[in-house]
Design a protein. Sequence first.
Length: 213
Amino acid sequence: MNDVVVDCKQEMFFKSGNVNKQIFYLTTYQNYVDLISGLALKLVTKTAPSKIITKKMVPGKAATTVNYTVDGNYYYLTEDITAELGTTYIFELQYSTSIGMENLAAVQPFIYRPEADGKQWELHIPYEAPSPKMNTSYFGTEADCSSGNRYFVRKGNYPFAFYLENGKAEYFKDNILKRENENVHIDNFFPEFMQWSVSKGKINADWYLHPKK
């Protein structure tokens, strides 16, 4: 659960009441994975941008334009998160015609490891579909209970990862972000977490403010 922490922020620019530019910033600031893991994302768009500018900013330096490896709507940001820890990956989406809020693009980050046959191991937020490169033979093995369209969960609907909107790392620095707690289930620290996770955020929206005493 605390293998990789990615902070995702978004800026929006408006023209005549609608959005004509979105900028996503993804910053890595923790990686406890012993094996080398890469960071990628799926770019989900309802309206095709007229232009996409991709940049990278390493700590202490200005952002520079880069060309990420692209496969359809999948962007591969780095093959080794640890080697680039603290780096910010930037996506600027420009629209020739301004769009409404209902048509905004979204990013779905995930971690991956390439395999020799061109396939790859992947870990996504639960219920997000894997990329076409995912080696699906991992599904249903060991702790994984994925089946049908139910991806990246283990027994009891326990998630392998989660996304927290408006979350802050400080909520977790004294519990799940400690390396010694790598194998401790998060609901041991936050009893309301599982209801929030299973309900897809509809119940206990502020679970992270109520740690176990």
